[in-house]
Design a protein around this ligand. Structure first.
Ligand code: UDX
Length: 436
């Protein structure tokens, strides 16, 4: 089966490479010629573990190719996936759908066979209806079904998530669309990954509801962590204790500096916009967005508190370890590290930082921060060390070396990757999230 993937960004590239690995013939299309050139040369435009090898294998096998030419790319394709960006529109937080609609128009102009147009981009409820309207505008003689098929890939674990999904959600309005999607996902279907067939609008909402729910879960445990600190409880124990209830489940209950990334911040805001448009408020998500936003700065203040607070911190130095919104990615979008660094520099603190993959992306976002070549380089002469992202490389710091290099042995662990007894026994003043 031939599949066309329009948009070779994170979602399009990972999905395209995985579909090819399942034996389909896949063409990844992108307007950005420099991106296609890179891909043809075997260079990945994003950092994702395992992706480069997967692309290489499938290109060699002749199942995966790249082009800037949409007309050529979609020729003969049984399914055309739309995986272009839907960023937050400046000013109002609505998802910007201009790229999706532009693709719909281009597909309409170039269609030469019956096809299923599948929206993989995260799009607000009703977008599929509009895509269908655009495509049928000129009365094509070909049969087109517009289907919604949201992705649930986590950065850093995207290939595994694609190949072994908890579920595949298909929002289709007719049997033609459903049947083609069964063929597309047949290899996964045979692996017994459940496929959920629903209406297109339900499918579109599932994506937003899932992300908003996960963001809520994280924000809930983050506020519990604050309460734990006040009442002398341990948030990891509380998390374990509630997570053992099957109805709650232990995942996404790790307290930290607040969620970031390319999905949760954008999708929660877009959901609120939809809720507003339909005069059906989702107050719990409003609270989640506000709490998460203020948490990031609060984390900066937590670090400040260890070096004399707002008043006493001026002129001191903090080492930030980890800048990306989570490990195993180079993605800095809405990373809590940005607000933490800003809070520190606003207070006159010198900030030095190290991240295994995110430095290049981080540099323009935090121009006042000195970027270092290793964790120890950042720690030199620091009055406090703060772990912001839980990269494995920070899980076994050489405490003796840290003490020798730093001005004072102060460790703020915003991801709870160390055991308090252990760090204190090594002679550090140690603070973490939601525990003594
Ligand atoms: C998320 C969804 O998981 C995925 O299904 C969707 O398709 C896109 O958005 P991603 O943004 O890649 O994926 O990262 P994820 O692993 O979900 O983490 C998001 C943020 O939440 C990170 O900042 C992470 O540090 C934070 N987080 C996650 C917590 O603070 N605690 C947790 O328990 C889990």
């Amino acid at each position: 089966m031939k599949i066309a993937m329009v948009g070779s960004g994170y979602v399009g590239l990972v999905s395209g490479a995985c579909f090819a690995d399942f034996g389909h013939e896949v063409v990844c299309i992108d307007k950005d010629a420099s991106k296609i050139d890179l891909l043809e040369a075997g260079v990945m435009p994003i950092f994702e573990p395992g992706l480069e090898a997967l692309v290489e294998t499938n290109v060699k096998a002749g199942r995966l190719s790249f082009t800037t030419d949409l007309a050529e790319g979609i020729r003969g394709a049984a399914a055309v996936f739309v995986a272009v960006g839907t960023p937050s529109r400046r000013g109002d937080g609505h998802a910007d759908l201009s790229f999706v609609y532009a693709v719909a128009r281009e597909v309409r102009e170039n269609l030469e066979q019956d096809t299923v147009v599948v929206t993989k981009s995260t799009v607000p409820v009703g977008t599929g209806d509009e895509v269908e309207r655009i495509i049928s505008e000129t009365g094509s003689r070909h049969r087109v079904s517009v289907v919604s098929n949201p992705e649930f890939l986590r950065e850093g674990a995207a290939i595994g998530d694609f190949k072994r999904p908890d579920r595949i959600v298909i929002g289709a309005e007719d049997e033609f669309g459903r049947e083609v999607m069964r063929q597309v996902y047949r290899p996964l279907f045979l692996n017994e990954s459940p496929m959920l067939f629903v209406s297109r609008r339900s499918s579109e909402l599932i994506k937003y509801a899932a992300n908003a729910f996960l963001a809520t879960k994280i924000t809930f445990i983050n506020e519990m962590a604050d309460l734990c600190e006040k009442v002398g409880a341990n948030v990891q124990d509380v998390s374990r204790g509630i997570g053992m209830d099957n109805r709650i489940c232990p995942k996404f209950l790790h307290a930290g500096p607040g969620y970031g990334g390319s999905c949760f911040p954008k999708d929660t805001l877009a959901l609120l916009k939809t809720a507003e448009d339909y005069a059906s408020p989702v107050r719990i998500v409003e609270a989640v967005v506000a709490v998460n936003e203020s948490r990031k700065r609060a984390m900066g203040r937590k670090v400040l508190d260890t070096i004399g607070g707002l008043e006493g911190a001026r002129g001191k130095k903090v080492a930030l370890l980890g800048l990306t919104f989570k490990p195993n990615t180079d993605d800095m979008r809405d990373s809590p590290a940005i607000a933490i660094a800003q809070t520190l520099t606003d207070a006159g603190v010198t900030v030095a930082a190290y991240d295994p993959e995110g430095m290049e992306q981080a540099r323009p976002l935090m121009p006042l921060v000195e970027m270092c070549t290793s964790p120890y380089d950042a720690i030199r002469d620091a009055d406090a060390v703060a772990i912001v992202t839980e990269w494995d490389a920070f899980r076994a710091l050489d405490f003796n070396r840290v003490k020798e290099l730093a001005k004072a042995p102060v460790l703020v662990d915003l991801r709870n990757i160390y055991r308090p007894e252990e760090v204190r026994a090594a002679g550090f003043a140690y603070s973490s999230i939601g525990r003594d």
